[in-house]
Design a protein around this ligand. Structure first.
Ligand code: PHE
Length: 358
């Protein structure tokens, strides 16, 4: 048996003078690791005569306890030193000017979509969605637009290549297919709005191949045209923030509504500007009507029992009118200068708690 006192002294002094964590780790391994000195001594206990073991065992155990404790103390010391060193080596210059924060902007389409949702949510509508890529049934047939109907030419549609069964998928030309999907998948009554992207082959100052619509649908057993007018008037007055806004409903035609109407709002037109809420001119803002009983039959609803109204509104156009944005194409150019000018600050979303501006 080597001189244990001597060994303990040596180990403790090595541990105390370890410069860093790596050196301490090496010492730990060489003392109590699998092949360490103390571990080796412990192994000699096995083959010892019982009375020798009784004497040496506690001494070795004590040695190990003392060494382990010394390693632990040193470890904490080193950790403390390294944090203290870091803190004293760093300094904060409190006189430095703050770095400017980059703040993004909300795109007018997102802003206006949120505004429209908030207004209809106040009237009890919930948001529904559907796919951009549609089939013929949901986009046309179920909406009472049969194969040879001229309304299909009204929509200059983007079609995909024919599939195996010769059917062609298409980019939805309006948000009306969401009505169909919603009625097919849930039970009446319905009160939904469905904002989303829509597509038509069109491009000029007021048309882009992709644009945004919001669809509205309200179906119950006693919904009538008065509800349609009331809802849309509340919407228009709130959205354009004008309680004296003039409105009129003009007869129109859509295959999926009967009767159908277009809603105009009062405005004045300058040389190249439109002001909503004043003047003697009219501006068309949306299409609407009482849902055609044939549409209800297509989704398996009893059209003797259920009836209601639907409307479709161009979101981009509403944004242009409300916020005086002249060119629709700029909406989708991803020009940051444009977005900084026409975009909205975050956290400035419509506040439902303020209620309707009537
Ligand atoms: N889907 C019509 C369009 O895109 C708008 C509309 C929706 C009209 C619902 C009436 C009812 O032009």
């Amino acid at each position: 048996m080597p001189d244990l006192e001597n060994l303990q002294e040596r180990l403790l002094s090595d541990i105390a003078s370890a410069k860093d964590k790596e050196e301490l780790d090496r010492l730990r391994v060489s003392a109590i690791g699998r092949k360490g000195q103390i571990t080796g001594l412990m192994r000699t206990l096995g083959p010892m005569a019982p009375e020798d073991r009784k004497r040496t065992g506690p001494i070795l155990n004590k040695l190990k306890t003392v060494v382990v404790a010394a390693i632990g103390t040193k470890e904490r010391e080193l950790r403390h030193e390294s944090v203290a060193g870091q803190v004293s080596g760093e300094s904060v210059d409190v006189t430095l000017a703050p770095r400017p924060m980059q703040e993004g902007r909300i795109h007018p389409v997102s802003q206006v979509t949120e505004e429209i949702i908030a207004i209809f949510a106040d009237m009890g509508f919930t948001v529904a969605t559907g796919p951009d890529i549609e089939d013929d049934f949901h986009n046309f047939t179920a909406l009472n637009i049969p194969a040879e109907h001229p309304a299909r030419q009204m929509h200059d549609t983007f079609y995909f290549a024919p599939m195996n069964n010769d059917e062609r998928m298409l980019l939805r030309t309006h948000t009306s297919p969401v009505q169909i999907r919603h009625m097919l998948s849930t039970k009446p009554p319905y009160r939904i709005i469905a904002p989303g992207r829509t597509y038509r082959c069109d491009s000029d100052q007021t048309h882009t191949p992709m644009f945004h619509q919001v669809e509205g649908l309200a179906i119950d057993t006693a919904v009538h045209m008065g509800h349609l007018k009331g809802c849309l008037e509340t919407f228009a007055r709130t959205f354009f923030e004008s309680s004296s806004l003039r409105m009129r409903f003009r007869p129109s035609y859509f295959p999926f509504t009967e009767p159908s109407a277009e809603m105009d709002i009062g405005c004045s037109r300058g040389k190249d500007s439109i002001v909503i809420g004043e003047g003697n001119d009219w501006l068309e803002i949306l299409g609407c009507g009482m849902v055609n009983p044939r549409v209800l039959q297509h989704v398996g609803l009893d059209s003797e029992k259920y009836q209601g109204f639907a409307f479709g509104l161009g979101i981009d156009r509403a944004a242009m009118l409300k916020y005086g944005i002249p060119d629709l194409r700029a909406f989708f150019d991803s020009d940051l200068r444009w977005l900084r000018h026409y975009g909205f600050r975050p956290f400035n979303m419509p506040n439902l708690a303020s209620g309707l501006a009537l």
